[in-house]
Design a protein around this ligand. Structure first.
Ligand code: PXP
Length: 245
């Protein structure tokens, strides 16, 4: 099994929105990421449309040919948009309106009664559901009880720990990663992953189905270009050279 790279293109929309025109062109960027080897495209439309807009999501529906993953808090506007677009996957995140970025996962135990019908609604529409959780085995187990197909482990703390103690960072995530396997849940990972910390994670947990990466990858692309950046991320994940012709 191979870990797939889903490129989160939020930051490209942030840059575009800074001037109000269509530069850079977010939709063309998604096409090019796929052409250069991305195995998925992720967006996180927020109610204030500060990066990805509702219109972007509707346009991307007809553009993305790999796995389209839409992240967000399942309030009514988000849910209607996702059901209209019918992506391969929805990643449910408990983020607040004023949050800079996602910084914690669901308490799937405390929110079980809330999550069960929410998850069911997407699954009945044939959309795979992933729940964003902190690396706690119990949160993974309750994601299973909520009916999710996958969990996405919040890797912000992993990235922070990795910089001073890589072994401890992996050890801290092992119980939750193993729990996903034991529960027969698919496993995604995301947040603050980069070219330094990615290989250790996917090597320790080769059953990770997908990593979704935005901030560091787009920052790397400023220096390397997006084609070379995607090539390097895939090389890092798969440990082999990818040709892009
Ligand atoms: N996963 C989720 C749920 C997120 O909210 C984000 C940020 O939009 C990411 C992954 C990607 O994180 P980063 O931009 O740090 O790579």
């Amino acid at each position: 099994m191979m870990t797939r790279l889903s490129v989160n293109i939020n930051k490209v929309a942030t840059l575009r929105n800074a001037r109000g025109g269509n530069l850079p062109d977010v939709e063309q960027f998604a096409r090019d990421c796929e052409r250069f080897g991305a195995e998925g495209i992720t967006v996180h439309p927020r109610p204030d449309e500060r990066h990805i807009t509702r219109q972007d999501v509707l346009l991307l529906r007809d553009i993305v040919t790999t796995e389209f993953n839409i992240e967000g808090n399942p309030q009514s506007q988000f849910t209607e948009l996702v059901l209209a677009v019918s992506p391969a996957q929805v990643t449910l995140v408990p983020d607040g309106l004023d949050q800079l970025t996602s910084d914690h996962g669901w308490d799937t135990k405390a929110n079980l009664d809330y999550l069960i019908p929410v998850v069911r609604r997407f699954r009945e529409a044939d959309i795979r559901v992933s729940l964003f959780v902190d690396p706690i085995p119990e949160m993974v187990e309750y994601a299973r009880k909520a009916g999710a197909d996958r969990v996405e482990l919040y890797t912000g703390p992993y990235a922070e720990m990795y910089d001073h103690d890589p072994k401890a960072a992996i050890a801290a995530y092992r119980p939750a990663a193993e729990a996903a396997k034991t529960c027969s849940l698919g496993l995604n990972a995301g947040h603050d992953l980069n070219l330094r910390n990615l290989n250790a994670l996917v090597t320790a947990f080769p059953w990770i189905d997908e990593v979704s990466i935005g901030h560091a990858l787009i920052a790397d692309a400023l220096y390397l270009g997006i084609e070379e950046t995607i090539r390097r991320y895939k090389y890092t994940i798969h440990n082999y050279e990818i040709t892009t012709d």
